[in-house]
Write a protein that binds this ligand. Structure first.
Ligand SMILES: Cc1cc2nc3c(=O)[nH]c(=O)nc-3n(C[C@H](O)[C@H](O)[C@H](O)COP(=O)(O)OP(=O)(O)OC[C@H]3O[C@@H](n4cnc5c(N)ncnc54)[C@H](O)[C@@H]3O)c2cc1C
Length: 304
């Protein structure tokens, strides 16, 4: 028995940058839809974004979220707080999404569930992110690292490419490894030397945020280093399980593959934002959502 038996035009799962953009478009297309969200948007971790267009002085991530939510409210729509646990496809091609508090039935689904950053395991992580000392995305905020003393921490040599990227901005960059001693090939060494990236082969044992806004890194051999900015290059966990349970095609890391209308390999299931293979940026997520919502509207228009 479906607890919300009305067949909707669309279920949007996830209400971050991508899901809320899709919601605004679908509201303005006068579609019947619901937006369900588990409340963990990466926008909430952004201290200040300086590359989000239209805000020359920057804007806090939670302000972007608040503004987008109010735009939905303006069209009489709201976000249902829930986590979708199961997504099923019926023989007639429609979908049922089941959360902890309800079940919804719709002709299409837009999946906007994003990714979760893998943090280094130290107690002050949230505080360090809020203060801009621990970062995840040099494309977003490498500019703010100009002239600083930075480090990139990966697993083994996983942070190598990012360290070279960050060196374009920071005055000094050190490559660190969290789990194991760095084992570099001759080619790796040459690339790092060419970019003037310093390498510490000894693995990191712990990290702490110091009061003066520096991150102090302890090495397993007892050594100690301090950095103004540390980029974590430990990867992400992609929230694509719901699509994969329906057989949607994805990259080896779980990011979904989509066509030019943002449709996955499952008919009627669209995916937008960070959960899709590609560049994880707010503007990209919004662009995906505009394309998917318009494709959903056109598809339903032809079948209404
Ligand atoms: C520290 C930091 C700084 C950043 N700075 C910038 C920047 O300056 N510029 C920039 O362009 N980008 C920046 N980014 C990246 C940006 O935040 C993301 O690209 C953007 O938020 C992606 O939007 P999204 O909608 O795909 O995912 P999100 O905004 O993460 O939203 C996904 C939503 O889906 C929900 N969800 C997941 N699974 C379920 C489920 N099963 N049921 C219901 N809901 C679910 C989540 O709880 C979440 O609310 C930054 C990211 C971080 C972490």
């Amino acid at each position: 028995m479906i607890s919300n038996p009305q067949e909707l035009d669309c279920i949007i799962i996830g209400a971050g940058a991508a899901g809320l953009t899709a919601a605004t478009y679908l509201a303005r297309f006068r579609r019947q839809f619901i937006t369900i969200d588990a409340g963990q948007s990466r926008l909430l971790s952004i201290p200040t974004s300086h590359n989000y267009p239209g805000y020359p002085a920057g804007i806090h991530g939670h302000d972007i979220l608040d503004r987008m939510r109010s735009q939905m409210v303006h069209y009489g729509k709201s976000v249902v707080a829930d986590k979708v646990r199961r997504l099923e496809k019926r023989p007639d091609g429609s979908f049922i999404a089941s959360g902890e508090h309800g079940e919804w039935h719709a002709r299409t689904v837009i999946l906007a569930t994003g990714v979760v950053d893998v943090p280094p395991d130290f107690p002050d992580v949230q505080d360090a992110i809020a203060r801009g000392c621990l970062r995840y995305c040099p494309i977003c905020d490498g500019y703010e690292a100009i002239g600083k003393k930075a480090a990139v921490i990966g697993k083994g040599k996983g942070g190598l490419g990012e360290a070279i990227f960050v060196r374009h901005f920071a005055a000094e960059v050190t490559l660190l490894s969290l789990t194991e001693a760095l084992d570099l090939s001759e080619e790796d060494r040459q690339r790092l030397a060419h970019a003037s990236v310093r390498v510490i082969h000894e693995p990191v044992s712990s990290m702490r945020l110091r009061e003066e806004g520096m991150i102090e890194v302890q090495l397993r051999d007892g050594g100690q280093e301090r950095f103004e900015v540390v980029y974590a290059a430990l990867g992400t966990r992609v929230n694509s399980e719901l699509a994969r349970s329906l057989g949607a095609a994805c990259a080896p890391n779980g990011e979904l593959r989509v066509d030019e209308h943002q449709q996955t390999s499952v008919d009627g299931l669209y995916a937008v934002g960070d959960v899709v293979a590609g560049l994880n940026q707010i503007t990209v997520a919004m662009g995906h959502a505009a394309i998917a919502a318009t494709a959903v509207h056109n598809r339903l228009r032809e079948r209404d």
